[in-house]
Design a protein around this ligand. Sequence first.
Ligand SMILES: [Cu+2]
Length: 215
Amino acid sequence: MKALNVAVLALLLVITSIAQAEMSHMGMRMGEWGMVMNENLQDLPQGCLKIAGVQKITIKAGREYAKPFPGTIFGYSQHEFNLPKCTQINVTFINEDNIRHQFMIHGLPTYLHPQGMFHMELYAKGEVKGTFITPSSDKTYLAHCDVAQHMEKGMKAQVKVGDGSGNLPSIPGVSGQLNKDVYALDLSVANIILVILLFFLGLASCLFFFIWRKH
Ligand SMILES: [Cu+2]
């Protein structure tokens, strides 16, 4: 019986240590304030011989940053980041609103970040720090807040590593709005014919009532 207890205890210890290893590997920290997920503090991306340097960036999220961009409600203090390759980036994320905001970078190497994602989140006003290492090739990564409608309403940024790979659509201040309202004049043949027909119909009814009133 004693031997069985010891065996069960040993098994539990092994399971716990595997679970803990998994947690630290995933680099997840969470609390009442929010979370930081899929952080990478030391693993080298493929093609990087060493960590080329360390750089700090600060991203503030809030309604205040939507003001310069008509049609947006939310924004980041900066919507474009230019970062060198193979560099450790220490990110400070600050939420200035009293609602949930995120700063998520997508498309990163999946062997370093599950689902290619580095995720920082604050449930209300606050500040959190997180770290990732930029990959070794020129690419533009999408960064956004995934709370419903926040990206569509302006909380979208691009992270250019090296020379990047072009601009992403609808980045405030960089590539304009995705669903822009269009008020251009539609000069198709059908529309022109309709306008001419309506003009003559109006003219004919004016003439008709003018002549009819005369009699
Ligand atoms: Cu948000």
